[in-house]
Structure formats: C-alpha cells, structure tokens
Design a protein around this ligand. Structure first.
Ligand SMILES: [Zn+2]
Length: 602
C-alpha cells in the first residue's frame, strides 16, 4: 500500500473513533438537541439539524481526547448539564413565551436564591405535566432505560489478539464509516458556516451590547439555536452589562448639582418611537396624520423644530446618549457621564417615569438591556426615578392611567417622562383597529405590493393614534405652569422613495438618513408658562430652526430645570445664545449628517 493512502485510511478511521468511544453520548444529546430545536426554534430548523451534528461531533471529539475514565465522567456531567439547560429553556419558552435569554440570566443573577425559589414555586404546578417540558423529561427517562452500548471492540467481541484477517475487515469498516462521517461533517460545516461567524462575533468579537445587537442583525441562519448558546449569550451580555453599569453608577453618584433654580416647575418629556418626520402632517405630509399637533402649531402653543436629527437609529443607543450627559464628539466615553434624571432628582425634582417599553419583563432581549439597563438597573433606577410604572400596555394610552395613579406623588417640582411604543413595528398593533382613519384607498402607490401598502397605511394610522394620545397627554397639563418636549428616539424607513420599511442595518444613502434620522421635535408651553417665562418663549422661538441632534437634549432639559453642574455645556444647549450651531452632527458617531445630505454648515 502506498504510504499516502495508508495515512489517509488511518485518518478516516480516526474520524470515526470519537463516535466509537462516546456513541451513546452523541446519540442522546443529538436527540435532546433536536427536541429543543423543534420546540423552540422559530426559524432555521432545517439548517440547525446539520449544525447540531457538527457541533456535537466537535464536543464528542474533545471528550475522546480525555483519558478514558475522565472522559466517562465528563460525559455524564455534560449530559446532566445539557438536560438542565434544556429543561430551563423549554420551561421559559412555555411559561414566558421566550426561551432563556439575557433577561432570564440577568434575573437569576440579580435575585437571591429565596426570590428565585419563590418565583419558581409559583410557576411549578400541575400544569407543567401537560407542558412541553415533559417531553424533555420523557427523553431523559427513555435514555436512562436504554443500556449504553459498550465501546467498540468489546461490542465486536474483539479478543485481545484478533486474527489479522478479522482486524483488517474491522479496520476496513471503520475507514468506510470514517469516510461517510467526514463527508457528512463537511456538508454540515458548509451549512452552518454563516451561523458560526455569527456565534464567533457574539462571543469573541463583540465588546459591548451594541456590537452584540449588531450581531443580531448580521445575516445568520440559526442564531443561538441551542439552550447552551442562549445561556452563553446571557452570560456574555451580563458581563458587558456589569462593567458598564458599574462605571455608570459610580459616575451618577459622584456628579453633584452645583445649583438649581427650578426654572420650570413642571417639565414633561415625551419620548416617542420610530417616528419618520416625513409622515407627519406637521412637517408637510399630505395626509392629515397629526391634526392636533398641526392645530397647536398654528395657534402657537406648540413650537415645531425644523432641523432635528437623532444620533442613532436604534433605541438603545439613542437612550444612552439621550439620558447621559455625553454627546458625540466629547472626549470621555458615554458611561463616564451622569444621567439627566439623576441630576434632576439630586436637585430636588420629583422624577416620574411611565414607559411602555422598558418595564421589567421576562421577554426582555439584549436590546432591552443595552438601552433599558440605564433605566432598569436597580441602582440606576433608584438614582433617577422617584416613581415609575410597573406594567406594559397594549396601546400607549394605558400610560395615561399610569400617570393618573402616580399623580398623587407630585410635589410641584416635577419632571415627568412618558416613553411610548409610538410607531414601533408591528405598526398594525400600535392602535386599536376601530381607531384607524386611513385605508389603502387614500394612497396612490402603484409600485407597492398590497402587503407593503398595508404596512404604510398602518404606519400612518399609528401616527394618527400617536397624535391623539399626545393631545390627551398635553391636556393633562394645560392648566398648570408646564413645558412639554416631544422627541421620538429615531425615524423609520417607510417606503419614502424606496421599497423598504423598518430600519436598515447599514446606513449609506442620503435616503436612509432622511427617513431614519430626521425626526419631529417640538416644545409646547401652557398659557401660564408663557406668561411667567417670556424669555424662554423667545429662546424657544429663536432655536426652532437651529441644527440640533438629540444627544444633547439633556443639556436643554438641565437648562429648563435651572440645574447647573459639571457637565452642563452652554454650547450644547440650543436655547442658549452661546449654542454652537456648527457642531458636526455625527450620526452613529461617525457620519456627518450635513455632509451626507449635501448641506452647508449654518
Ligand atoms: Zn426605537
């Protein structure tokens, strides 16, 4: 036999060896993995079947490298671990509607054993017997009832000294099996290569929550398709989160208020969601999507800003820069700045938060933590908010009830923050069906498919619903000395000059900037506020055409509260005569808005 061929044969036989040694482990863990994929994966099942084969083979191969006794023990421990993860994962998916993700890991790590035990005992009842969790249990029982085959060799009754002929035939069998296995593994590797890049990026490249969030949008096939991968994702997100929050908490504690004049006794901040300015009648959209805002702008109780952009097109990133006194272009990183609500609290304001997104709930995903962490971490939440709501609502109107119940805590020096679901996808779920005012007949968009047109109609209906809600919020404050600021987190692609909707991962064209970064922004002042603060009325009017990016909204809010502190910067407050109109507005921290849009600096 030629030596090359001989080596190749040996190599192929070697490929088969891990399955010979740990076939039992491989088989049952494959079945367990398949069960989890079938029960939980919403997509990519057909690829996951192959990816699982490859991944499990790698684990089995590693096991086979261990000394036999150690390998046996490792095998048992690994199986127990995978079963536990499968139980927890299937349980979460059944009970909370989402598999174990960062939220679950965070909750487990944040609550003590007693709390976790109590929480679990409320969920562990007879109904679990009818749940998919039992399928995992059943598999475990069947596995335990099936005797494991002895490792190859013993099985074939291989005597310590087999005849050369028999040895040759066995070797030939192993080589053939090895070749089949090798080909199968190549195919599995090919099928799962895209997803492997996704996993690699998440676990080894991503250094912060944003990069992990990006990874969620990379092209991938099966994602974190196994409980173990979801578990690892949770741990990674947790470590990133801990580092950032730790730094932020220190900064929030250290930053003090130098003085506060309580310039405005009642400041209301309404944070919208996914609001494409070019779909607002207020900004010239032909359909009457914002009748109340347009009317309020006409009778001049509402001042509409015309050149405002969001720093990012992702909620979490916007929240960081909007809440933090950080602004793009500043030297220190964002988590080295305090958060504006914390400064309001330190100054003596009562700060209320009514959010329809960042209420703590088990379905939270990574993006809830990157942006939501600054609202939801216990220490940061306590530092920023005197009171906050505890329930999410199907429609944003539910926040009005929350406000009405928290109103009793008002002190006369209040910062009240509403955070809406606004026009977030799925648009058709953002308003009650009976409140729809637009139908496909109101549009002439022959280039759009029926489905696309329906999305567009739903978006405009959501914008209309949003307008009516804003009217109700403003009405709650119309009889007091109140100033209200409305700002959405970012825009949304909504078929403007394109056939796309939602958000684009990469932003390269002016059209993508136009739809996703240009946002509505307005300030409303009550009659009594106008009477008492003619200077602010004038400053707001003077500012309305100034170029502004909302990463500096905190600066304007501090000014309205009369709060002075280390990181207040006049040059970043558009109401100040010293406002710097020529600060580059760097979208996503890198793309000069005015340059992209071909505008000269004012
Ligand atoms: Zn958003």
């Amino acid at each position: 036999m030629k030596p090359g061929r001989h080596i190749l044969k040996r190599l192929m036989a070697l490929f088969y060896k891990p399955l010979q040694m740990h076939g039992h482990f491989f088989l049952w863990m494959y079945l367990l993995g398949l069960l989890c994929i079938m029960l939980i994966n919403a997509f990519g099942k057909h690829v996951a079947v192959f990816e699982l084969f490859l991944d499990l083979y790698v684990v089995t191969a590693l096991l086979s490298l261990l000394p036999q006794k150690v390998g046996r023990w490792a095998e048992v421990l690994l199986m127990a671990f995978f079963y536990i993860l499968a139980f927890v994962d299937v349980f979460c998916n059944w009970r909370f509607g989402a598999p174990m993700g960062p939220a679950f890991i965070f909750n487990c790590l944040q609550t003590d054993g007693r709390e976790t035990g109590e929480a679990l005992s409320t969920f562990l009842n007879w109904r679990i017997l009818l749940s998919p969790v039992m399928l995992v249990a059943l598999l475990g029982v069947v596995q335990m009832g099936t005797p494991s085959l002895p490792p190859r060799g013993e099985e074939d009754g291989l005597s310590p000294d087999p005849s050369p002929k028999r040895e040759r035939s066995l070797k030939g069998k192993e080589v053939r099996r090895g070749v089949v296995l090798f080909l199968l593994l190549c195919f599995c590797g090919y099928k799962s290569s895209v997803n492997k890049q996704f996993l690699f990026h998440n676990y080894f490249v991503a250094n912060d929550a944003l990069e992990m969030e990006y990874a969620h949008q990379l092209p991938y096939t099966t994602g974190f398709y196994l409980p173990i991968y979801r578990f690892m994702e949770g741990l990674k997100a947790w470590s990133i989160h801990q580092n950032q929050v730790k730094k932020l908490v220190q900064r929030v504690e250290l930053t003090n208020v130098d003085s506060c004049s309580f310039r405005s006794p009642c400041i209301v901040l309404i944070i919208g969601e996914s609001y494409n300015r070019h779909h607002a009648q207020l900004y010239g959209y032909p359909l009457p999507t914002t009748p109340w805002q347009s009317k309020a702008a006409k009778d001049s109780s509402l001042t509409c800003f015309t050149d405002v952009v969001a720093p990012f097109h992702q909620t979490s990133e916007v929240f960081k820069t909007l809440f933090s006194l950080y602004a793009y272009g500043e030297q220190r990183p964002w988590d080295d700045y305090s958060l504006f609500p914390a400064l309001f609290r330190k100054a003596g304001y009562n700060v209320c938060l009514m959010t329809n997104q960042f209420v703590k709930h088990p379905q939270q995903d990574i993006w809830d933590f990157s942006g939501g962490s600054i609202l939801n971490d216990e220490r940061l939440s306590a530092a920023q908010f005197s009171h906050r709501n505890t329930m999410m609502h199907k429609f944003d109107e539910g926040l009005l009830e929350d406000y009405d119940s928290l109103k009793q805590y008002r002190t006369g020096k209040d910062l009240i923050i509403f955070h809406l679901l606004g026009q977030h996808f799925d648009y058709s779920l953002r308003f009650p069906k009976e409140k729809a005012v637009f139908s496909p007949h109101d549009y002439h968009r022959p280039e759009l498919s029926q489905e696309e047109l329906e999305k567009l109609v739903a978006y405009d209906n959501a914008t209309y619903y949003n307008d009516q809600l804003l009217k109700k919020i403003v009405h709650r404050f119309s009889q007091e000395e109140a100033i209200i600021i409305y700002v959405p987190d970012h825009g949304e692609l909504m078929f403007d000059g394109s056939k796309t909707f939602g958000r684009s991962f990469e932003v390269t064209t002016p059209n993508e900037v136009y739809q996703q970064f240009e946002i509505p922004f307005w300030i409303w002042m009550s009659n009594s506020y106008r009477e008492k603060h003619p200077e602010i009325v004038r400053e707001v009017k003077d500012a309305r055409k100034k170029p502004f990016m909302t990463d500096n909204l905190d600066q304007m809010l501090l000014y309205l509260g009369g709060i002075y502190c280390q990181d207040y910067r006049q040059a970043d407050n558009p109401l100040s005569p010293n406002y710097n109109c020529s600060r580059p507005r760097l979208l996503m921290g890198k793309m000069d808005y005015d340059r992209v849009m071909g505008r000269s600096k004012k």
